[in-house]
Design a protein around this ligand. Structure first.
Ligand code: H79
Length: 479
């Protein structure tokens, strides 16, 4: 019996225990024996994944031919996301597919990009190597539709990978499986011809991904997209073997839950409800409300600064987020055990719009002072309060309160986990300022802000916790 089969049997047994071990469970369904389901129950425990978990903040970059059109065509503005403009009926495909002849980002300065990201405080970047239009920002040998055939000619992916790696920022490659430029790509497999064509497409996909990992061995992970079509959902065996192949090329490689489908076409979670992939990749432009919503998984939230739209658009219609909103989202994600990844859509010439430069700068300024509450932090298991968010240092007992709304009386309610109490509360920015506390019951307290403190930006309180003995807790609980 192969090691792989043994692993599956182990997984099934684990599922049985999980599902039948709980006598109160209402949904005691028989686990389904799967050939292409999850390979693991629970989180990865290795060092690469531990590093991913400690990032807190990441950057996403969407850059491609759509950046040239800037969300408009013939003077009319497109209502959808700028990177989807090729699918707008106004845009002739042949014209869009010729845009590569104009791709020449003369002001592209990868070192400047990486330095801006570094100043912002991001620990990883996810970069679009190929979006849905199929245009490759690296010189792929498997298609002519690449940057090598543009006037710019040079390899963009290599420059991004090298510049960010040099700044100590981990690089993840975004890759859209859906490829509008490829004649063999299908949304469904209805005929024999479809299946034959899609088999060629699968080989093309595998070749391109193998090529990427061989050309850029510093890659820490892959961020898949465009995997929702029926054709891909019918290709569970392939995506399973593809994932294993990619992981064999770079040990420790991190791949989210958007790549695979099981043999029944279930995505993200397999037929037994177990996550397929190293983290839950379903939080696109939304953040879970409670810790229960993340089902014990690692996860990331990818977010746009405008309401929608990832590629560059001349006009941002509607609201766009301020740096404080982005800082709050970062904190909220970390407080629920996830990473927050903020998107940037550079212009076709390779420069960033001023609004994005401002957000990056202001977030970085805040992170410089307050990053102790973001990096290496996790869910703190404290009851959520209206003033903001709790985070907890991994492998440490320190709890952080990131305060966004100060109550008029300056009293911040804190409810720590069972058997834990406040040893000392102080301001992160002024550690010698010890804050007074008033105990409400055995694990709830008020922390009082210094009189006259009028914060002008979100700030952090550090709680050094102490463990109460069980006896002490029980005695207090009785009174
Ligand atoms: O790259 C950015 C987006 O362009 C891409 N993901 C982020 C990171 C993205 N595009 N669309 N979506 C995500 C959401 C998917 C929408 C869909 Fe549909 C709705 C897929 C299937 C139904 C509309 C109808 C689009 C395809 C069919």
């Amino acid at each position: 019996m192969r090691k792989y089969d043994l692993r599956r049997i182990g997984l099934l047994l684990l599922l049985c225990v999980t599902m039948f071990g709980n006598a109160n469970s209402q949904t005691t369904k028989q686990p389904v024996a799967l050939k292409h389901g999850a390979h693991r129950v629970g989180k990865r425990t290795d060092a690469d994944m531990a590093k991913w978990r400690s990032y807190g903040l990441g950057q996403f970059i969407h850059w491609g031919l759509y950046s040239i059109l800037e969300g408009k065509y013939n003077g009319k503005y497109y209502n959808g996301a700028a990177e989807w403009i090729r699918s707008w009926k106004e845009v002739p495909h042949a014209e869009y597919d010729s845009l590569y002849k104009q791709f020449n980002p003369e002001n592209f300065n990868p070192t400047q990009w990486a330095k801006m990201a570094k100043q912002m405080g991001v620990k990883y970047v996810t970069f679009t190597t190929k979006h849905h239009d199929g245009f490759c920002l690296w010189p792929s040998q498997y298609t002519q539709y690449t940057v090598a055939n543009s006037p710019y000619k040079k390899d963009i992916v290599k420059q991004v990978v090298d510049a960010y790696t040099k700044e100590g920022i981990d690089v993840y490659l975004y890759f859209s499986v859906m490829d509008w430029s490829h004649p063999d790509w299908r949304t469904d497999l209805k005929t024999k011809e479809d299946s034959v064509a899609f088999d060629r497409f699968k080989l093309f996909t595998k070749n391109q991904l193998t090529e990427l990992l061989k050309m850029y061995p510093q890659t820490k992970g892959l961020w898949f997209d465009g995997t929702w079509d029926t054709s891909w959902k019918k290709s569970g065996a392939f995506s399973d073997s593809l994932e294993q192949h990619l992981k064999s090329l770079i040990p420790g490689l991190i791949i989210g839950s958007r790549l695979r489908a099981d043999e029944f076409g279930n995505r993200h979670n397999d037929a037994n409800g177990v996550l397929m992939g190293d983290y839950e990749q379903g939080w696109e432009r939304k953040i879970p409300k409670t810790y229960a919503d993340v089902h014990g998984n690692d996860w990331d939230c990818v977010m746009t600064i405008p309401e929608n739209g990832w590629g560059y658009a001349e006009k941002w219609l509607g609201h766009w987020k301020t740096s404080y909103e982005c800082i709050e989202m970062t904190t909220q994600c970390v407080s629920l055990g996830g990473n927050f990844v903020l998107n940037f859509g550079p212009k076709a010439d390779g420069t960033f719009r001023p609004e994005e430069i401002t957000v990056a700068k202001e977030m970085g300024d805040w992170m410089k002072v307050n990053n102790a509450a973001i990096y290496d932090c996790e869910y703190a298991n404290c009851e959520k309060q209206d003033w903001g968010y709790f985070t907890k240092k991994q492998n440490d007992d320190k709890i952080y309160m990131v305060v966004f709304n100060v109550p008029i009386n300056g009293s911040l309610k804190v409810k720590l986990p069972k058997n834990t109490s406040i040893g000392k509360a102080s301001l992160l920015q002024a550690p010698s300022t010890v804050l007074s506390t008033e105990q409400l019951d055995y694990n709830a307290s008020y922390i009082q802000l210094p009189k006259g403190m009028k914060p002008t930006s979100p700030f952090v309180i550090v709680i050094d916790t102490k463990q109460q003995s069980q006896v002490e807790t029980e005695q207090k609980a009785k009174t």
